[in-house]
Design a protein around this ligand. Structure first.
Ligand SMILES: CC(C)(COP(=O)(O)OP(=O)(O)OC[C@H]1O[C@@H](n2cnc3c(N)ncnc32)[C@H](O)[C@@H]1OP(=O)(O)O)[C@@H](O)C(=O)NCCC(=O)NCCS
Length: 193
C-alpha cells in the first residue's frame, strides 16, 4: 500500500479527496472481494454479521461473477466498485438486490485496518452513491449494516444517508439473523462532495 492515511487526516479533506478514486470493479478483480470474506477472521465476520458457513465457495462465487458480468448492467444482480487511494485498491463497494431504475442496497469495506477511520470511508461512500445513482438510475439507495457495527453506521450518517429503522432480520444470504439498521439516500439528494 502506498501513502500514509495519518498524514491524510492532517493534509485536509480537499487534498485527501484528490487521492481517492472510485471506479467499476473489473471481473479480473472480483477475487479481492471473495478473498476479503474467505480470509476474514471469525471476529471480523461476526462484526459484519456474516456466517462463514453461508459463504459461497471461492469457485462458485467466481462463477457467479462471470455470469453476472456477462449481463448488461440493467440486468445485473451485483454491481461492484473498486476504491483506490493513490492508484492502489484499498477497498470496495457493491450494490445488490438491484431493481434497476428504482433501488439497490450497497455494501462497503476498506481492506486494511490501517486505512480505516481516517476519513476515507465517508468520501468513498459519497462517490460510490453518486455512481450507483447514475449507473443504476436509482431513486433510492439503501444500506443495512449490523446495528452493532459502529463504523458503517457512523459513516453512512456522515455521508448523508438518513436513518430509516432498526429491525431484526437476515439482510442478505451470507448473514445470520441480526439487528440491522436501515439507512437510505434519496435520489434527489446524493451528496457527491
Ligand atoms: C465502514 C468503513 C468503510 C468506514 O470507513 P472509514 O474510513 O473507517 O470511516 P471514516 O473514517 O470516514 O469515519 C466516518 C465516521 O465513522 C466514525 N467511525 C469509523 N470507524 C469507527 C469505529 N470503529 N468506531 C467508532 N466510530 C467510527 C468516525 O469517527 C467518523 O465519525 P464522524 O463522521 O462523526 O467524525 C470502514 O470502517 C470499514 O471498512 N470497516 C470494516 C468493514 C465494515 O464494517 N463494513 C461495513 C459493512 S455494512
Amino acid at each position: 500500500m502506498t501513502g500514509d492515511p495519518t498524514s491524510l487526516a492532517d493534509s485536509g479533506v480537499a487534498a485527501q479527496r484528490s487521492r481517492l478514486r472510485v471506479r467499476e470493479m473489473q471481473l479480473s478483480e472480483v477475487g479481492i472481494r471473495i478473498d476479503y470474506f474467505h480470509d476474514a477472521s471469525d471476529d471480523h465476520l461476526f462484526i459484519l454479521g456474516v456466517d462463514r458457513a453461508l459463504l459461497p465457495s471461492r469457485a462458485a462465487w467466481r462463477e457467479f461473477y462471470e455470469a453476472d458480468y456477462a449481463r448488461p448492467v440493467r440486468d445485473r444482480e451485483n454491481y461492484s466498485l473498486a476504491w483506490e487511494f493513490d492508484d492502489q485498491i484499498v477497498g470496495f463497494s457493491s450494490a445488490d438486490q438491484i431493481t434497476f431504475g428504482e433501488q439497490a442496497f450497497m455494501h462497503q469495506h476498506i481492506l486494511d485496518t490501517s486505512h480505516r477511520r481516517s476519513g476515507m470511508g465517508t468520501q468513498f461512500l459519497r462517490k460510490s452513491a453518486a455512481i450507483y445513482f447514475q449507473v443504476l438510475k436509482l431513486r433510492r439507495l439503501y444500506c443495512q449494516p449490523n446495528a452493532f457495527n459502529i463504523a458503517p453506521n457512523r459513516t453512512l450518517q456522515s455521508a448523508g444517508f438518513c436513518y430509516v429503522f432498526t429491525q431484526q432480520m437476515v439482510p442478505s444470504p451470507i448473514n445470520f439473523p441480526q439487528p440491522v439498521t436501515r439507512w437510505m439516500m434519496d435520489g434527489r439528494q446524493p451528496d457527491t462532495a
